[in-house]
Design a protein around this ligand. Structure first.
Ligand SMILES: Cc1cc2nc3c(=O)[nH]c(=O)nc-3n(C[C@H](O)[C@H](O)[C@H](O)COP(=O)(O)O)c2cc1C
Length: 214
């Protein structure tokens, strides 16, 4: 069995959002898909360790915001590698309440959903949501999971349903420097050691000191 077969599945990159007692919360998800058109439903797979999971359970609602290719990578770093338990993610990026749910203004489109069914797996809950409001809010190309990985050099969080140790790395003639917060691997032309002291991870925004030599 060649598990790399699963890397050939295609996805988008989305923000799932909900409320925590009036506070907006959310996380990145690649697992969102339309299930039926009448009624209009979408399904998302959410790790039970994510704070957003508890908030979707409590409110019975979630919004899916479709991200654009031009999305600031720091938004993905913040929503995909930090928890709403201790970070007020929506205070860092502008949002509006649409369909009674917090939706990032940087999005291309959103769907506001009411949970109508759920299915428990070993690690994730699959929520089926009926769409009660949706609209286009921006212009541009939707970000695909492949674009996120290949162009932005983004990594997948351990809580994503698609997570597993990355494919084998090709041998390199210089040391690898990997962000311990989001997994971004530095691949710039300037050697890592020569980057200025105020250089920041382009994905999650932490400083050089959070990078590990491997
Ligand atoms: C590219 C990417 C895809 C992700 N996909 C999912 C997903 O489909 N489902 C999920 O539960 N978590 C997914 N995650 C992980 C969550 O976004 C992450 O655990 C987040 O920090 C949870 O935040 P929260 O505690 O505020 O909910 C993904 C992360 C990244 C970077």
């Amino acid at each position: 069995m060649n598990k790399n077969a699963l890397f050939e599945l295609s996805y988008g990159v989305y923000v799932l959002s909900s409320w925590d007692e009036g506070r907006p919360v959310g996380c990145i998800a690649n697992s969102a898909m339309q299930i039926t058109s009448s009624p209009m439903t979408v399904a998302v797979s959410v790790n039970r360790k994510n704070h957003t999971h508890a908030c979707i359970e409590d409110t019975g609602r979630f919004a899916v915001t479709v991200l654009k290719e031009t999305t600031d990578p720091k938004l993905i770093g913040t929503f995909g590698f930090r928890s709403s338990k201790d970070t007020d993610k929506f205070s860092l990026f502008p949002y509006s309440v649409r369909g009674k749910l917090p939706v990032l203004d940087a999005g291309l489109a959103y769907m506001s959903c009411r949970v109508v069914a759920k299915w428990e797996t070993a690690t994730h809950t699959v929520f089926l949501g009926e769409v009660y409001d949706c609209d286009l809010i921006g212009k541009g190309a939707p970000m695909t999971y492949a674009y996120y990985h290949e162009v932005l050099k983004g990594k997948t969080s351990v809580n994503a349903p698609t997570y597993r140790a990355e494919r084998e790395h090709k041998p390199q003639d210089r040391a690898r420097y990997v962000c311990t917060v989001c997994g971004y691997e530095y691949d710039g032309d300037v050697p890592f050691e020569e980057l200025p002291g105020d250089w920041k991870c382009p994905l999650c925004g932490v400083g050089k000191e959070k990078f590990e030599k491997r």
